[in-house]
Design a protein around this ligand. Sequence first.
Ligand code: SF4
Length: 237
Amino acid sequence: MILGNLCTRGCTFCSVPKFNPRKQESPLDPEEPDNVARMAAGMGLKYVVITSVNRDDLPDGGSGHFARTVRAVRAALPEAKIEVLTPDFCGDLDAVRAVLDADPSVFNHNMETVPRLYRSVRPQADYRQSLRVLEFAKRSRPEILTKSGLMAGLGEKPAEVEQLLRDLRDAGTDVATIGQYLQPTRRNRPVREYVPPAQFDAYRDYGLSIGFKAVFSGPFVRSSYMAEHVEAQAGLC
Ligand code: SF4
């Protein structure tokens, strides 16, 4: 995870420490791209997922730093696949383009939940804005696999999840991940429901029926679950 360890957003499911840029600084580490690349090379990784906190305080949302990190990892590990799991960059499509221009193999941006729950789960995010980010990524670089994920057990209804999956497909999204939400600390939003495995299977079957290339759906699935297999699942290699 790059761009520091403090986030400008306050998603209620997330335990990453928050900061208010009007009261506190979180300077970027200019060495971070090279350090991440050195670490990935030292571990001999074949598949690298690069994600970040939100940096709404930075003029480019941190997209330039994100792109530099992708390029540094590629230079250090030319054979590795690189997946980016990005913020919404406040809907700034130039920022999205800057990351795409670094040529990741997979562009991932998580929707997290259904629109009815955005205000309480992702209060500073916008459902349609996140869909526009994914749609822009697919439209501008169709050869890059696009991916998104959501959590089950936050209070959503199956029909709402199906609508979300349809919205993702309408945005051209190739791959979906669906996993059980678990409360990371007592300060975070409680689990509303432990979704039965059969419901996860039903979400997977529904997603495949409407055209996703791959759907990873199950209680233990996370955004980067089996990420290295995503292209094979999607029939791309
Ligand atoms: S934007 Fe990401 S890192 Fe920040 S609070 Fe939300 S989920 Fe956590």
